[in-house]
Design a protein. Structure first.
Ligand code: E4P
Length: 217
């Protein structure tokens, strides 16, 4: 499973990238707001750090305007994936931009039918939002399973990009289901390294080591 990092925080991206944890990046208007930076400037900087797909989202609502914004965003770097919302106009934009050879990430997906439409419109990535479904007492992981089954039934090549991941357990479950990619905030990726028994075991080793009175260096 590929790891995308869901942030526009350049320092956090660089730190994870140095560890080989970053296959790509996803941003959205809220994350750009959080960064406090200009969308073109920060996206360009992210693309200079990460060689994999970097999603940059359009903000227009009509297809004609979305297409123009998507073309402008795609000029930032060759690894830009234009992110469009799963609306009828977003699907039209997806069809046009993917026809021009651009990567397109169709976002804000909350149903299997939406994912089916995105695949037929030529999406490179479909982004089902797990956490936001869980927030309203629906099953986000079940949606990932359904899309996996449907895409496999018909050999769709659109990659399932599990998004709105809130916990390390979401990552495990997405990997078991067979999501192609997951995108998570840096804190969730770091939380994947934690285990209470690791902490307990290390604590015991440190206590015993101190009793030996030895040093390695
Ligand atoms: C994905 O591309 C989105 O930017 C993101 O995963 C949304 O996550 P949230 O629901 O935690 O805001």
């Amino acid at each position: 499973m590929k790891f995308f990092v869901d942030t526009a925080d350049v320092e956090a991206i660089a730190e994870l990238n140095d560890l080989g944890m970053v296959d790509g990046v996803t941003t959205n208007p809220s994350l750009i707001l959080k960064s406090g930076r200009d969308i073109i400037e920060v996206t360009k900087e992210i693309c200079s750090i990460v060689s994999g797909p970097v999603s940059a989202e359009v903000v227009a609502l009509k297809a004609e305007d979305m297409i123009a914004e998507g073309r402008k965003l795609a000029e930032i770097a060759p690894n830009i994936a234009v992110k469009v919302p799963l609306t009828w106009d977003g699907l039209k934009t997806c069809k046009v931009l993917s026809g021009e050879g651009k990567m397109v990430n169709v976002t804000l997906c909350f149903s299997a039918n939406q994912a089916l439409l995105a695949a037929k419109a030529g999406a490179t990535f479909i982004s089902p939002f797990i956490g936001r479904l869980d927030d309203i007492n629906l099953d986000g992981l079940e949606l990932i399973s359904d899309i996996r089954e449907i895409y496999d039934n018909y050999g769709f090549e659109t990659q399932i990009l599990a998004a709105s991941i809130r916990t390390a357990n979401h990552v495990t479950q997405c990997a078991l289901i067979g999501a192609d990619v997951m995108t998570a905030p840096p804190a969730v990726i770091k939380a994947m390294a934690s285990h209470v028994l690791t902490d307990k075991g290390l604590d015991q080793f440190m206590k015993d080591w101190a009793k030996t009175g030895q040093k390695i260096i």
